[in-house]
Design a protein around this ligand. Structure first.
Ligand code: AMP
Ligand code: ZN
Length: 505
């Protein structure tokens, strides 16, 4: 089997081979936690999850790491040297309004001027959403999801190393800058070479800041600022790190290697974020590559238009799941399917009609599973990847994650009545280890409790979850939340405690 992925670094579809046989090290840029993640963010996260789960089915041991940006992300981050205000600082103002309107429940963020409270609240919201949607790495928190604010010392070490190696300098304004001219490969990923950037960069950056730089495209690694909302001591004065340095550090530190196999993100991250990550990582290690494969998801559009707050088509995951988009709750498996079903290198168009189609497809898979379970008395046969349906499914995904072709294998198969239901359940288990919609990660073959008992059990779990939260036993609370989600319920923790409801498919 040959796996081929499109590599942004070479602008070609290339054969994928991991550096170390059978092991894949993959890093994904995660959320900025000053607000709820929206469905566009989750398109990018689930695209990474699809790569991971597919490679696992193909036999790789995949180590997946993601970051939580809880410091240093500026409002003007489309230029390399992100200017404007820190997004956390801006969020503090908005949250005061959201508390008045009830969007942020009373008591959730006692003090909106405390950035750690903001980050904690939205990190938990992200993890809740991510687990509902079956993002596997979210079940590995905190091991494989790292907070930028907990990695300040290694960031400072990398900055010091970059200064030592001649890739960084302290400007006249006291800010530590990366010198893009010190890194000839700058521009290789995005095509934004220095000549090109010379005229374009810096338009939104203050003149004083601009004058302190050796090149207009030099970007900030550390900003001394004793008035900043989050600050740490450093050899360059108390301040905070630039946004790009966190990902370089977290990826290399967590994996303990100089070059990883795959790095993912949304298309907007190609420049400046990923270009700067490469310059920092390779500048610090001397390696030729930070990641062998750079893979980017195209943006999600809503009914053909860019999702934006001003157009009123800006949806969070909970807006969709709790029924604020379609007028009725949506099962997380349906949203997962919807966000996965179009090819990652095409813009995805999110529509209510698309969501309805996804509900139909998910129902077909779930019904198929129920029929097979009834016919096989729950027995699930072991099947090998050489089974023709699994083989074709893997072959389709091996072609740069051709999800449409993969679903075109599975859906007609699931419409039939299988001759051997136990074998069909075995095949479905393998396929569902990637799709995770029938339903998410539920072990096949178990006997479900009758519906009413199930509801009572889930309500009991909600109370246990609240008790665990009250004694701040977060691992237990997370585990119980996962159990509720695995039973196919939407779960929500608000001011009055936790509630769970069975969504309409
Ligand atoms: P952020 O929280 O803004 O740092 O974004 C988290 C991830 O979501 C990044 O990989 C972004 O590239 C990605 N992203 C942001 N907006 C969209 C969108 N509309 N469609 C797909 N991915 C997006
Ligand atoms: Zn990143």
């Amino acid at each position: 089997m040959t796996i081929r992925f499109y590599n942004t670094l070479t602008s070609r579809t290339e054969e994928f081979a991991s550096i170390e046989p059978q092991t894949v090290r993959m890093y994904s840029c995660g959320p900025t936690v000053y607000d709820f993640a929206h469905i566009g963010n989750f398109r990018s996260f689930l695209f990474a999850d699809l790569i991971r789960r597919f490679l696992e089915l193909a036999g790789y041991d995949v180590q997946h790491v993601m970051n939580i940006t809880d410091v240093g992300h500026m409002t003007d981050d489309a230029v390399a040297d992100g200017a404007g205000e820190d997004k956390m600082q801006v969020a503090a103002q908005r949250i005061k309004e959201d508390k008045k309107s009830g969007k942020v429940p009373e008591g959730a963020i006692d003090n909106p001027d405390d950035p750690y409270q903001i980050a904690r609240y939205y990190t938990n919201a992200f993890l809740d959403d991510a687990r509902q949607l079956g993002l596997k790495v979210a079940f590995e928190y905190p091991d494989n999801i790292l907070h930028a604010t907990e990695q300040i010392a290694p960031m400072q070490e990398m900055i010091a190393r970059l200064i030592d190696r001649g890739h960084a300098y302290v400007g006249g304004d006291g800010v530590v800058y990366y010198s893009v001219e010190s890194f000839p490969a700058y521009g290789r990923l995005s095509g934004n070479t220095l000549d090109h950037l010379h005229s374009g960069a810096g338009g939104r950056i203050s003149e004083e800041h601009q004058a302190a730089k050796r090149h207009p495209a030099d970007f900030m690694l550390w900003k001394p600022d004793s008035h900043h909302i989050m600050k740490w001591d450093s050899p360059w004065g108390p301040g905070y790190p630039g946004w790009h340095i966190e990902c370089s550090v977290m990826a290399l530190k967590r994996f303990g290697v100089d070059t990883i196999d795959i790095h993912t993100g949304g298309e907007d991250l190609i420049f400046p974020h990923h270009e700067c990550e490469i310059a920092q990582s390779c500048g610090a290690t001397g390696a030729d590559y930070f990641a062998r494969f750079w893979m980017h998801a195209r943006f999600l559009l809503v009914e053909g238009e860019k999702m934006s707050k001003s157009k009123g088509n800006f949806y969070t995951v909970r807006d969709v799941l709790e029924g604020r988009v379609t007028g009725r709750p949506v099962h997380p498996s349906v949203l997962r399917y919807e966000l996965l079903k179009s090819h990652y290198r095409s813009n995805m168009n999110f529509t209510v009609k698309g969501l309805q189609d996804s509900a139909g497809a998910v129902k077909r898979l779930q019904d198929f599973r129920s029929r097979c379970e009834a016919a096989s008395s729950g027995e699930v046969a072991e099947v090998a990847n050489s089974h023709p349906v699994i083989r074709e499914f893997i072959d389709a995904l091996s072609d740069d994650l051709n999800i449409s072709a993969a679903l075109a294998v599975v859906l007609p198969w699931a419409a039939e009545t299988p001759a051997d239901p136990a074998e069909a359940l075995g095949v479905l288990r393998e396929i569902n280890s990637v799709l995770a919609v029938a339903p998410i990660d539920l072990e096949l073959g178990g006997t479900a409790a009758p519906a009413d008992d199930e509801d009572a059990n889930v309500q009991a779990l909600c109370r246990q979850l609240d008790e665990a939260r009250a004694r701040k036993d977060w691992p237990t609370a997370d585990e119980i939340r996962k159990q509720i989600i695995d039973r196919g319920y939407n779960v929500h923790t608000g001011r009055d405690g936790t509630t769970a409801e069975r969504p309409l498919a």
